[in-house]
Design a protein around this ligand. Structure first.
Ligand code: ADP
Ligand code: ADP
Length: 232
């Protein structure tokens, strides 16, 4: 479903060029939870951001269901992006909007009909276990609850791909566990594909089917989690 072929990207800064991605090749199947693990600066964030074109690549191709997204016009890009949700370490909720309106926001932008918005938001809040917090504001929520809101918002436009950028890194171990369980449940019930970047081995072991290990812009190892992290 998602295929990266010889992807290369560098950041040009005043004094030097930083190679962030070096000849990346990756195949991710529909419905897989694919972990990308590595130290800070390895290129994980750049990699995941190329998949929804928050970053452009210098060389190589990225295919989503056989469509090369490195070459789309603006209209096609917006259409592709609607099918991709993203969640972040610091949740990025709108503090002036309550839970209901945070989740409704991308649907209002997409000009979805009001009754449909209401139905979809209520369904999503139920799915992430937050129906009772509909009228709360982000400042009134715990970190785990905020991430649940962010997940509901990321799923509002019914994407089939969810990108997770260190989504549990700001959470304590117990809350991390519950968010990872939620992501597993969503993968199953919605047949989502999830690409998850993290610097924590535990997160990958607990949640992912496959993993790629990144170092200095390169994938140095990839495969099934139990093979890559085999402990004799
Ligand atoms: P990770 O997510 O694994 O921490 P990143 O993809 O954020 O890695 O960064 C990879 C490399 O690219 C690092 O050396 C980082 O400093 C550099 N980098 C990231 N973003 C930029 C940018 N906007 N401008 C210049 N260099 C950047
Ligand atoms: P606006 O059009 O000004 O954005 P809405 O009519 O969408 O306002 O919503 C008004 C209030 O009702 C908001 O506080 C919102 O949180 C709440 N609300 C709207 N629809 C629902 C719903 N289906 N369930 C619960 N609360 C809702």
């Amino acid at each position: 479903m998602i295929k990266l072929k010889n992807v290369y990207k560098e950041y040009k800064t005043k004094d030097k060029n930083i190679v962030a991605l070096k000849d990346i090749n990756l195949n991710i199947k529909n419905g897989e939870i694919y972990g990308i693990i590595g130290l800070s600066g390895a290129g994980k964030s750049t990699l995941i951001r190329t998949i929804n074109r928050l970053e452009n690549v210098d060389k190589g191709n990225i295919y989503i269901n056989d469509i090369d997204i490195t070459n789309l016009n603006k209209k096609e890009l917006l259409k592709t992006r609607k099918k991709i949700g993203m969640i972040f370490q610091h949740f990025d909720l709108l503090s002036s909007k309550n839970v209901f309106h945070n989740v409704a926001f991308p649907l209002q932008i997409a000009k979805v009909d009001k009754n449909e918005i209401s139905k979809r938001v209520n369904d999503l809040l139920e799915l992430v276990g937050l129906s009772d917090k509909k009228y709360a504001y982000p400042s009134q929520l715990s970190g785990g609850q905020k991430q649940r809101v962010a997940i509901a918002r990321a799923l509002a436009n019914k994407p089939n791909l969810l990108l997770s950028d260190e989504a549990t890194s700001a959470l304590d171990p117990e809350t991390t566990k519950s968010i990872l369980e939620l992501l597993r449940k969503l993968q199953k019930t919605l047949n989502l594909t999830i690409i998850m970047i993290t610097h924590e081995m535990e997160v990958v072991k607990r949640t992912c089917d496959k993993v790629a290990v990144m170092e200095n812009g390169e994938i140095v190892e990839k495969g099934n989690v139990d093979e890559v992290f085999f402990n004799p």
